[in-house]
Design a protein around this ligand. Structure first.
Ligand SMILES: *Cc1c(COP(=O)(O)O)cnc(C)c1O
Length: 490
């Protein structure tokens, strides 16, 4: 299957490209994104066939239906990375936490957050394409916390790829920072920046667009790519766990095959939610996808009013920082799917030039047939963490907690909900410690210990080990010096 472009095709690009091409060069004509020409239709026969399959068997068959230009042995090698999750037999446990409410836990991988679901296999796929083409790639990543560790972990010591990862010094949690600065491999460079996440992100965008930078790389025979969340090489692995979670409910006797469920997704850049939408279109029984946000609630407003409005809007820092996003990139793929490339181009150009677009009434009602949304503030989130769940025996992180408000306001309680849990408690421990015991501004190590004591949970060995590992990535620089630093590294 080939991939086409959400804003149509200009004269400089070809009309459709292979999967390999779309993941190596993810920016399409007019600044658009690549999407599959058509989604494979799986239907109930596929679901029935996989009722007793392992995660990897399901994944392998689903990916084969996309007919992408990646050899089966590479896909299988990529999927073997799910064996590094806590339980290789079931990398994504789905647990019932309340009458009709199930949590799909996407955080059991090596970096304790859901970015591993896609980035773990993606590293193998990208490295194998580079080797096959006999090319070398520099992968740039900018992170506010979760993408960086997951990207470093997956590309560590892989052939034909190097990674430069930019993070805001002081802008991530201790655990996230330690996961990056203790990564010791010749092909990885971690660079702290005196600034905020936007400075890192802007530097990355500038470098990706800079001809000077690209030609400096070319002299060393290196090409440039990015591992950001618009890359379809990540999205494709995010369809699988929605199908898996649904089948888990059937296996647990919670639903009958074909019965409809809500999928409730804590959203930032909309990759997770897009995976849910594609799974639905491919044949999953879904009533609606519910988009949960924090105080940065542009998505709630889009889905409730049809207006994507960034005018006079600034990102606010919240207790669920991985969702502190205003330009939610993957929404564009939904616009394309519903309204076509001409309209998508028009809307996205409005967003770029006016910081605003508005769907018409027909478009809004179409969007609302598939999606509903609500947002939750930090105090409400902490209440859900402590009163609603912890006191009833389940501990969740602040990103997952945003799903609870929309669960109450957007769903019919008679229909089952799968809510997605995107991070382990260890990753955002100061917020959770505050919710459970009231302690404020604790450092991660203190918060981890107090939660561990209070909730009688072991701190996972890989998290504990971070605090005694040597720090090997010591560079913290001004944003003006990023390019120089990266060129020195390669
Ligand atoms: C990245 C992330 C999200 C947001 O996911 P999107 O696919 O960008 O919508 C939510 N929670 C956590 C913990 C994350 O790391």
């Amino acid at each position: 299957m080939n991939f086409i472009q959400t804003r149509g095709c200009d004269a400089t690009k070809v009309k459709s490209v292979t999967f390999s091409e779309a993941i190596l060069n993810p920016i399409a004509s007019f600044g658009g994104l690549y999407v599959p020409e058509a989604l494979p239709s799986l239907g109930e026969a596929f679901l029935k066939k996989h009722l007793n399959s392992s995660y990897k068997e399901l994944a392998s068959d689903m990916l084969s239906r996309f007919e992408i230009d990646i050899d089966k042995h590479v896909i299988d090698e990529a999927l073997n990375l799910y064996d590094r999750f806590d339980n290789p037999k079931n990398p994504v446990p789905v647990v019932r936490v309340k009458e009709n409410l199930y949590v799909s836990e996407l955080y059991h991988g090596p970096t304790r957050a859901f970015k591993d679901m896609a980035l773990q296999p993606f590293g193998v796929v990208l490295s194998s394409i580079a080797q096959k083409r006999d090319e070398h790639y520099l992968i740039l990543a900018a992170t506010s916390g979760d993408t960086g560790p997951a990207a470093l972990e997956t590309f560590k010591n892989r052939a034909n790829v190097q990674v430069a990862c930019l993070y805001p010094d002081g802008g991530t949690s201790d655990v996230q920072r330690l996961q990056m600065v203790t990564e010791d491999a010749k092909n990885l460079k971690v660079i702290g920046i005196n600034g905020v996440f936007d400075d890192a992100q802007n530097a990355l965008k500038r470098l990706l667009a800079s001809d000077d930078f690209k030609s400096a790389l070319k002299k060393k025979n290196i090409l440039l790519s990015a591992a950001n969340s618009v890359n379809f090489g990540r999205i494709i692995f995010q369809i699988i766990y929605h199908i898996h979670s649904y089948l888990e409910l059937v296996r647990q006797g919670a639903i009958l095959m074909g019965e409809k469920v809500y999928l409730n997704v804590p959203s930032g850049n909309f990759g997770n939610a897009l995976g849910a939408y594609y799974a639905w279109k491919m044949g999953l029984g879904v009533e609606k996808i519910i988009i949960s946000s924090n105080e940065n609630n542009v998505l709630t407003k889009l889905i409730k009013t049809g207006k994507y409005d960034l005018r006079d809007l600034h990102v606010v820092s919240t207790t669920s920082p991985a969702m502190d996003i205003l330009k939610s990139s993957n929404v564009e793929r939904i616009l394309f799917d519903m309204f076509g490339f001409e309209r998508t181009k028009e809307l996205m150009q409005d967003l770029e030039s006016k910081n605003f677009y508005e769907l018409n009434a027909d478009e809004l009602s179409k969007l609302q047939e598939s999606f509903d949304a609500d947002f939750c503030n930090g105090d409400e989130g902490k209440k859900y963490i402590k009163d609603t769940f912890y006191n009833n025996g389940y501990l969740m992180d602040p990103h997952t907690a945003t799903c609870l408000k929309s669960y109450e306001t957007c769903s019919n309680p008679k229909i089952k909900t799968i809510a997605y849990s995107t991070a382990e408690w260890t990753k955002f421990s100061p917020v959770i410690a505050n919710a459970l015991t009231g302690e404020v501004d604790a450092q991660d190590i203190i918060a981890l210990e107090s939660i561990s004591k209070e909730a009688k949970l072991e701190i996972p060995a890989m998290v504990k080990a971070l605090f005694t590992k040597p720090i090997v990535q010591k560079v913290v620089i001004e944003k003006e010096d990023i390019e120089k630093e990266i060129l020195k590294f390669i």
